[in-house]
Design a protein around this ligand. Structure first.
Ligand code: C2E
Ligand code: MG
Ligand code: MG
Ligand code: MG
Length: 293
């Protein structure tokens, strides 16, 4: 390009924007078929007991194995699913894959602990989300307690808390641990903390990031841990990348850690290598609900 004036600059900009739009459209089209083509893959990130480093469980994190573009992170395709029903099929695929992996791990005598599923807003109202779990548990001979559920504060933005509470309470009655994800970054109010049966609060990575650099982040983390403790809830810190962050959180009384410092999200075959054969630390951290039905 020999840019002679603002006109060619504008053209270059437009082409970039257009190219991006075309790429997004192509991705969206391929996304429609992704679930049927079994292109969703689940990676597992370990959750550890902060005082001891013992394995407690996993969080299931979806990836899209795109035929040409390779493995895509959720940040690349979840936004394209917004306002569509595609997220239901994706979540069904995630729950099914986790069910199969749990069954295989347990059959091998391993103790995976609960696997947390990130449940989107659309599946927190009505029966469908609940039925996905019930079907997977039945098919694989699992228990409700093999699963945990994470919901982000954003679900409270568009839905009435009553609708969500009905679904969450159903899971909780079966002993499924319920986490409030990305705590402190969204729309949950203290009313939700009071009224919802959360077992776990997950301190968002953006706060953990500030440890050692930003006194306010550290003070807020201490306050969140204190809040969790006084409400009798477990506190989980996500995005722990350094030994300094780990030590700060452990000393501040945080119960559970998750982050690259311990383990990255990994395919099932790799994640399975981290699994203990004994359930030592796990019992202390499972949901305090009724026994599995
Ligand atoms: P999230 O539930 O808060 O998950 C934690 C995210 O932080 C994951 O990103 C994880 O890979 C990343 N992470 C963990 N430890 C570290 C660390 O030490 N450093 C850094 N920089 N990052 C860390 P990921 O896998 O890209 O997922 C992003 C978000 O996408 C998730 O945030 C969750 O909201 C959503 N998501 C992932 N899987 C699913 C799914 O199966 N269903 C739904 N509905 N949403 C999902
Ligand atoms: Mg999560
Ligand atoms: Mg989170
Ligand atoms: Mg987060």
């Amino acid at each position: 390009y020999t840019a002679k004036g603002s006109r060619s600059t504008t053209v270059i900009f437009d082409e970039t924007a257009l190219a991006r739009r075309l790429e997004e459209n192509q991705l969206s089209l391929a996304l429609v078929l992704a679930a049927d083509r079994n292109e969703f893959v689940v990676h597992y990130q370990q959750k550890v007991d902060l005082p001891t480093g013992a394995h407690l469980g996993f969080e299931a994190l979806v990836r899209w194995q795109h035929p040409e573009l390779g493995l895509l992170a959720p940040g690349r395709f979840l936004p394209l699913m917004e306002g569509t029903q595609l997220i239901r099929g994706m979540t069904r695929a995630v729950i099914a894959a986790v069910g199969r992996d749990l069954k295989a791990w347990k059959a091998a005598g391993l103790t995976p602990g609960p696997v947390s599923i990130n449940l989107p807003e659309t599946l927190l109202v009505g029966d469908e989300g609940y039925e996905f779990f019930a079907g997977t548990i039945r098919e694989n001979g699992l228990e409700w307690r093999d699963f945990a559920v994470e919901i982000t504060e954003d679900v409270f933005l568009n839905r009435s808390a009553d609708q969500i509470l009905a679904t969450v309470a159903r899971f909780h009655k079966h002993g499924v641990s319920i986490s409030l994800d990305d705590f402190g970054t969204g729309f949950a109010s203290l009313v939700h903390l009071r009224d919802f049966p959360f077992d776990e609060l997950k301190i968002d990575r953006s706060f953990v990031d500030g440890i050692g650099r930003d006194a306010r982040s550290e003070q807020i983390i201490r306050a969140m841990i204190h809040l969790a403790q006084s409400l009798g809830k477990r506190c989980v810190a996500e995005g722990i990348e350094t030994e300094g962050q780990r030590r700060f959180l452990k000393d501040a009384g945080c119960d559970v850690g998750q982050g690259y410092h311990f383990a990255r999200p990994e395919p099932a075959a790799l994640a399975g290598k981290r699994l203990p054969r004994q359930a030592a630390a796990i019992d202390r951290h499972t949901a305090a609900g009724a026994p599995a039905a």
